[in-house]
Design a binder for this molecule. Structure first.
Ligand code: AMP
Ligand code: ZN
Length: 134
């Protein structure tokens, strides 16, 4: 996509600091890192969310995330990771080109877990929500 900043990075029209690259994936350092080594894993084919990925790319992306983590692990030796993505504007997605955040974590770094993203479960109990899936 022409006006997509991540497509521009992928085409080499904007700079980035690569951490891992293969045929289908580029992983580069986030320009406004939340932790040391905060990395974005980006499919080379433009798509806004995981719903745009074909089955092959779903596997390739997961494998790219793991290979990128292995690379970060061997260079930075963090104590842990938070890994995930913001899906959709209302969930915090700003760049409309799918990207998986890898945030390396260190003991005592002051950060939280996935559970600190939101605590607003609504009034329905899990048992009631479960009925919607039957
Ligand atoms: P999200 O809110 O999940 O869409 O996150 C977008 C991420 O892209 C943010 O963490 C930004 O800091 C990062 N970002 C934006 N522009 C660039 C860039 N040119 N190079 C690297 N990271 C970027
Ligand atoms: Zn794009």
């Amino acid at each position: 996509m022409e006006d997509c900043i991540f497509c521009k990075i992928l085409k080499g029209e904007m700079p980035s600091h690569a951490v891992y690259e293969d045929e289908h994936i580029l992983a580069f350092l986030d320009i406004f890192p939340h932790t040391k080594g905060h990395t974005l894993v980006v499919p080379k084919k433009h798509g806004e969310t995981v719903f745009d990925l074909d089955p092959h790319m779903r596997e390739v992306l997961m494998s790219g995330v793991q290979k990128t983590m292995e690379r970060i692990d061997s260079v930075l030796h963090p104590d842990g990771y938070n890994v995930g993505w913001n899906h959709g504007k209302d969930a915090g997605q700003v760049v409309p080109h799918l990207h998986v955040h890898i945030m390396p974590r260190w003991k005592g770094d002051g950060g939280g877990s996935m559970h600190s993203i939101i605590k607003n479960p609504g009034d329905e109990k899990p048992e009631e929500v479960a009925k919607l899936f039957m």
